[in-house]
Design a binder for this molecule. Structure first.
Ligand code: ZN
Length: 81
């Protein structure tokens, strides 16, 4: 596994998570958010809840692209818990 890229969030989302650092497996290409993977369960649960709450407050049309990205990240990491 090695560093791949970093996504930095802006606006409202940045209050929940400022950035997500990605790592990628050089062998098979598997990519994951090291930031979310290493977050402790309590912090991850809070982030998950806050993000879903934020999602529900906004209509889908108004939803910031970065929020959609964050939702995808959270969905990706869910399988590890
Ligand atoms: Zn691999």
């Amino acid at each position: 596994m090695g560093y791949y890229f970093t996504t930095e969030f802006e606006g409202e989302v940045a209050k929940l998570l400022d950035k997500s650092i990605y790592h990628k497996c050089k062998e098979c290409g598997f990519t994951f958010s090291k930031t979310l993977f290493e977050m402790d369960y309590e912090a991850w649960s809070k982030l998950n809840l806050d993000t879903h709450t934020y999602w529900e407050l906004m209509s889908k049309n108004n939803l910031d692209y970065s929020v959609k990205q964050l939702m995808l990240f959270l969905a990706t990491i869910t399988q590890y818990y």
